[in-house]
Every structure is written in structure tokens, then in C-alpha cells.
Ligand binder design. Structure first.
Ligand SMILES: Cc1cc2nc3c(=O)[nH]c(=O)nc-3n(C[C@H](O)[C@H](O)[C@H](O)COP(=O)(O)OP(=O)(O)OC[C@H]3O[C@@H](n4cnc5c(N)ncnc54)[C@H](O)[C@@H]3O)c2cc1C
Length: 461
């Protein structure tokens, strides 16, 4: 009888290998709601050398490998759709160094993002990328997805902070990419290529991250408008005025209505669009800047503006924003969510188009997201019983949404990645030659198509 990949890996790595069906089950899911794909085995390495052993053995036996961080991905990137082995980095949580003089950190990929932020801040430094999942997601997953978050508006996404990576290739080789210096323009930027490659090119086993000085103070404000388009116009006005909040978040009326109850901030009746903004920097200048932001919102017709200058007030303003996604999930039978990004100037029109798309397909919609950089989380909702019919309408509405998004110069995903959920739509955004170029890159790094197959790239036609 031929040996299973589980027994082959067990012979090499012993207790790091999981094969009992019950224990495998959680590794077949993530936060994408795309279903369950249990792997044949899970390996939880503790060192880069063990990662190389897994990859080498799987390549030798032609078994697919799906890298996995903390499994919080929203696009199905960590789902082992072709079975095989899940390589989980959840045991690799060492922070090797926080170098204050050079303002950098070196970490293992399984480190939870919030844990690094906390340690870095204790040293008076700052790691800005702040996905809303920061208490549960891993830095390896953030690198693979090029994760963003509310602060991306001012500070950029994960890519801006990755100085260097050490990665393992499917053939078992290890590459050291990038540098520790803040600057560097030597050759093709393979570090940048790895960021956002969704675990399809190599497995990240060590990450060097750039850090910033910690801002001395933070303040927040909330502004409510009649409708989403008015809130969108305030975002454009804010951008034009030269004001640069660290965070500029948006909720539409449907989102507000789902979190209104129990919210510390009393949303005005009829609020159809809400902006939540946060500023950071020198305490001496913060209050004046906050007042200037409030003025812009008022000039754009805000019906209510509240300022929060202390930490407790700030947390209260954020609380409703943090609850939106789960409140929508809890309130409806069916929900799908897409994180499109459009140029900021296109947001007011996009808001109108999303409402039209919902009406056309008889679906409810709720929109929230990172307004400062045009990254909207568009939720399609339905309470109809016929699940198949709802799924068909969701799909048709998504196609309309993507067509609009691309027509105005946007993109399929601002931060959650393509993974499984959007790979078939890649042909809408990328020309055949561009996709061929991507396929050629994939082939160079992973000639046997064993590393996270069935993700990111559409099937060849
Ligand atoms: C409530 C909630 C809020 C969220 N908010 C945000 C947000 O604000 N911004 C945002 O960007 N995302 C957000 N996300 C999505 C998700 O948290 C991010 O995509 C995150 O970066 C995934 O990290 P992870 O460790 O969970 O990765 P996983 O889900 O385990 O994996 C994601 C991808 O990374 C690959 N991967 C993981 N580790 C490695 C590695 N070491 N080497 C190579 N490839 C690897 C996997 O193969 C997969 O393709 C949110 C998710 C939830 C559930």
C-alpha cells in the first residue's frame, strides 16, 4: 500500500503533523464563508528548516501545500481547495528583535499583528498597519495579503513597511530578500513581489518591518450627513483642503441602522452617511486640526459633528464602526461582502450606483469602509428563503459592481485579496498579456503549481 502524505510527513516531523479528521476540520475553513475544504494533513512547523522539509517532501510526492497564518482571510486564500497539506505558521510567534536605533522589527510570520504593535509601542515606536482583525490575524498573512486597515489612508498598507523577507520555495530552497536599510533600489524588487502574492509563490518564514516614531497624541471626530454621497463629498473636500487625518472611515445609513441600538454615540435619525475620522501627531496642533476637519464637514452639510479629544470618548466613537460587519451578518439570512476600491473622487457616484445595483437585483445593500482611500466594503444582503436564487442574484450584482468599479478606474480588491473568491473576475481587470506575465512568474517560482493552487490567477482559457 502506498504511504499517505500524512505518514510521510509524520516520519520526518513527528508531532508537528496533524492527521486526525476532527483536528483537521478547522484548517479547512477561514473567514470567507466559502465553505469547508479539509486537508489531508496539517503541519505546524516551529522553524524555517521544518518549513523547508515540508515543502521538499510535498514537492517530491507532488502534493499541494496551502500556507496558512491565522485563518482570518476574507477571500479564501488559506483554503486547501485541492486538498493536500496545510502549512500553518501558528507556532511561529517569536519577535526576534525590536531595533530602536534602526527603527525596525524582525519577526516570525505567525506573530499576531496586535501583539507586535503593543510591544513596539512599549518601545516608543509605531507599526501603523491596522487591519480590523489585528487581534487575531498574523503578520505572515498580512504580508501575503498586503493588508490594509483604517490607518492606511495616512500611513499606507503593509507593503510600505516590509523591508525584507526570508522565504522558502516549493523546491525547498530558501531566499533572503530585501534589506535592513530604510532605502534600497537594487535590482528587481522581489520583496515587493512577495507582498500580496497570497502564498502562491513562496512561504514567508521571517519578516523585517520598518517602524515609525509613535505619534504623541490622537483625537477623533464623527460627522453625520443626510446621505452617503454627501459624506463622500466631504471626503473629497477634506482631501482638497490639505487636511490629512490618519483615519477617515465611512458608514452608510443601512450600516448605521444596524448598529444604532446600543451605540454610545446617538446617531441622528435619518443619518444616511457617517464619517469617523481620527488625527494623530503633536498634541499642540491636534485640536486646531480637528476643528478644521469639523468645519469642512459642516460646510458639506453635516447634520451633527462630535469631537473626541480623550481616549474614552474616542473608543466610544469607534465602538459602532467595529460592530458593523458582525451586526449585518447577525441580522440577515444571506450576506456577501466585497472590498472594492475606487478613486476617491468617484465615491459619491459609486454610492448611487451601488444603491441602483441593489434595486436591480432585489437585494439590500450596506456600505462601510475606508473612505479616505476609496476602499468600500459593499455588503449585499437578503432574507429570502430560496438560497440558490439569492446566490444567483448576488453573483449578478457582484458582476455589475465590478464592472462599475473597473470602469471608474478602481480595483476588485483594496485589501482582502483575490484568493478563491475573485479569481474568476481577474479577467475583467487584467489584460490577457498581463495575466500571462503573472502566470509566467508563478511558473518560475512554483513550476509544478503545488503552492496554493487554485488561487489568485483565473484558469487559463
Ligand atoms: C473581522 C475581520 C476584519 C478584517 N479587517 C481587515 C482590514 O481592515 N484590512 C485587511 O486588509 N484585512 C482585513 N481582514 C482580512 C484578514 O484579517 C487579512 O487578510 C489578514 O491579512 C489575513 O491574515 P491571516 O494570518 O489570518 O492569514 P490567512 O487567512 O491564514 O491567510 C491569508 C493568505 O495568506 C497566505 N499566507 C499566510 N501566511 C503565509 C506565509 N507565512 N507565507 C506565505 N503565505 C502566507 C495564505 O496562503 C492565504 O493566501 C479582516 C478579517 C476579519 C475576519
Amino acid at each position: 500500500m502506498s504511504r499517505t502524505i500524512g505518514s510521510i510527513l509524520e516520519a520526518a516531523l513527528g508531532p508537528l503533523v496533524v492527521t486526525e479528521p476532527q483536528s483537521l476540520e478547522p484548517y479547512g475553513r477561514d473567514e470567507s464563508s466559502l465553505g469547508a475544504f479539509p486537508p489531508e494533513a496539517v503541519v505546524r512547523p516551529t522553524t524555517p528548516e521544518e518549513i523547508r522539509i515540508v515543502l521538499r517532501l510535498c514537492a517530491e510526492h507532488r502534493v499541494p501545500v496551502t500556507p496558512r497564518g491565522a485563518g482570518t482571510g476574507k477571500s479564501g486564500g488559506a483554503l486547501p481547495v485541492h486538498g493536500g497539506v496545510v502549512l500553518s505558521t501558528d507556532q511561529m510567534q517569536k519577535i526576534y528583535e525590536i531595533d530602536e536605533a534602526n527603527r525596525l522589527a524582525v519577526v516570525e510570520p505567525g506573530v499576531i499583528t496586535g501583539a507586535l504593535q503593543q510591544q513596539v509601542e512599549e518601545a516608543g515606536l509605531f507599526y501603523p498597519p491596522d487591519p480590523a482583525s489585528l487581534d487575531t490575524c498574523s503578520l505572515g498573512g498580512n504580508v501575503a495579503e498586503n493588508a490594509g486597515g483604517p490607518r492606511a489612508y495616512r500611513y499606507g498598507v503593509t507593503r510600505e513597511y516590509v523591508l525584507g523577507l526570508e522565504v522558502a520555495l516549493m523546491a525547498g530552497d530558501r531566499l533572503v530578500l530585501g534589506r535592513r536599510s530604510p532605502k534600497g533600489v537594487s535590482g528587481y524588487d522581489l520583496t515587493a513581489l512577495m507582498v500580496g502574492s497570497e502564498g502562491t509563490l513562496a512561504v514567508v518564514d521571517r519578516i523585517t518591518l520598518r517602524l515609525l516614531p509613535k505619534p504623541r497624541a490622537t483625537a477623533a471626530a464623527i460627522a453625520a450627513f443626510d446621505d452617503l454621497a454627501a459624506a463622500g463629498r466631504a471626503v473629497i473636500a477634506m482631501t482638497r483642503s490639505g487636511l490629512q487625518p490618519a483615519v477617515l472611515e465611512l458608514l452608510d445609513g443601512a450600516s448605521v441602522d444596524h448598529v444604532r441600538q446600543g451605540s454610545a454615540y446617538r446617531f441622528p435619525e435619518g443619518a444616511g452617511g457617517v464619517l469617523l475620522l481620527e488625527l494623530d501627531g503633536d498634541p499642540e496642533r491636534l485640536e486646531a486640526e480637528l476643528a478644521a476637519c469639523a468645519e469642512v464637514c459642516e460646510a458639506c452639510g453635516a447634520m451633527d459633528v462630535r469631537l473626541a479629544t480623550d481616549e474614552a470618548q474616542r473608543r466610544r466613537l469607534w465602538e459602532a464602526r467595529r460592530r458593523v460587519s458582525e451586526a449585518l451578518e447577525a441580522a440577515h439570512l444571506h450576506k456577501t461582502s466585497d472590498d472594492i476600491a475606487v478613486p476617491v473622487g468617484e465615491m459619491p457616484d459609486t454610492a448611487t450606483r451601488i444603491a441602483e445595483i441593489g434595486e436591480r437585483h432585489h437585494l439590500l445593500t450596506a456600505v462601510f469602509g475606508h473612505a479616505g482611500d476609496g476602499n468600500l466594503h459593499v455588503n449585499l444582503l437578503s432574507d429570502d428563503d430560496d438560497a440558490e436564487d439569492v446566490a444567483r442574484r448576488f453573483e449578478a450584482a457582484r458582476v455589475d459592481l465590478f464592472h462599475h468599479t473597473l470602469h471608474v478606474g478602481g480595483t476588485l480588491s483594496g485589501e482582502h485579496g483575490i484568493g478563491l473568491s475573485k479569481r474568476k473576475f481577474m479577467i475583467l481587470e487584467h489584460a490577457p498579456q498581463e495575466l500571462e506575465m503573472m502566470r509566467a512568474i508563478k511558473k518560475l517560482w512554483d513550476p509544478l503549481n503545488l503552492l496554493n493552487p487554485g488561487k489568485l490567477l483565473p484558469d487559463p482559457y
